[in-house]
Design a binder for this molecule. Structure first.
Ligand SMILES: Cc1cc2nc3c(=O)[nH]c(=O)nc-3n(C[C@H](O)[C@H](O)[C@H](O)COP(=O)(O)OP(=O)(O)OC[C@H]3O[C@@H](n4cnc5c(N)ncnc54)[C@H](O)[C@@H]3O)c2cc1C
Length: 204
């Protein structure tokens, strides 16, 4: 990708400032100056903003999933019922999810969730009682009030932009969120009304 540099395994510890203006990042690799900074640290976004004395209502919401291995033609379509879902992969794996848990930043898979997900799986697709669970893991969603993301500039700190708090829909919302963010940063006509997503008045 031209004009893009990825810095892998580098932790951001805070923001470089000139007065109220955010002018870069403090990282484990030293200072990284920038004209503008976009905070998109998922469930961890609030911790970083707290360093500026701002309270962002984004909290980790743990989601556990399990994976079965089935025959390639076992499930031709997704199944969604009773708040749980089964998603087929092309190679016959079937993903069943997910839990919604408010337990902080803990990503440990638990026996209770395994039993609950297996029960849901067999309720959705009884034949899964015969299938093998080959994976069990957890992720942290960036939970926000009503699941409405924060997209836009932080008024108290010019130069600092947010794109975070997408809760359960960060994958499907990613293209539109990034487009809206780019529109706002470049002063273009925004793709959608930016008002519901603006950080203005939503940070403590
Ligand atoms: C079980 C489960 C099922 C889901 N299903 C769906 C679905 O079907 N459809 C859908 O749209 N969404 C789904 N989601 C939600 C989706 O995963 C999230 O909304 C999305 O990942 C949020 O993207 P993000 O980039 O904001 O945060 P993340 O994906 O969490 O990425 C944030 C990144 O920032 C990094 N980071 C944090 N702090 C620092 C720091 N200080 N320095 C450097 N890097 C840092 C983290 O390591 C991480 O890589 C699901 C989530 C879970 C857990």
């Amino acid at each position: 990708m031209p004009n893009v540099q990825l810095h892998e395994h580098v932790r951001v510890n805070g923001f470089l400032r000139r007065g109220q203006q955010v002018v870069g990042l403090l990282t484990t690799n030293g200072e990284l100056p920038a004209d503008r900074v976009v905070l998109s640290a998922g469930a961890w976004s609030g911790e970083l903003l707290a360093g500026l004395g701002l309270s962002l209502p984004v909290e980790p919401v743990k989601g556990q999933m399990i994976l079965y291995k089935c025959a390639e033609d076992f499930l031709p379509a997704m199944v969604l019922a009773h708040g749980r879902y089964a998603i087929p992969r092309r190679d016959g794996h079937v993903l069943v999810g997910s839990t919604l848990e408010h337990v902080g930043f803990d990503k440990t898979p638990t026996a209770e969730a395994l039993a609950s997900l297996q029960a849901s799986a067999q309720q959705l697709l009884p034949a899964l009682a015969e299938a093998e669970v080959v994976g069990h893991w957890a992720g942290l969603r960036p939970g926000s009030p009503e699941g409405i993301p924060f997209i836009g500039e932080v008024p108290e700190f010019p130069g600092l932009w947010l794109n975070c708090g997408h809760y359960r829909n960060g994958l499907v919302l990613a293209p539109a969120s990034c487009r809206l963010l780019a529109d706002l940063m470049l002063g273009r006509e925004p793709i959608v009304d930016p008002a519901p997503y603006s950080p203005v008045g939503r940070l403590g």
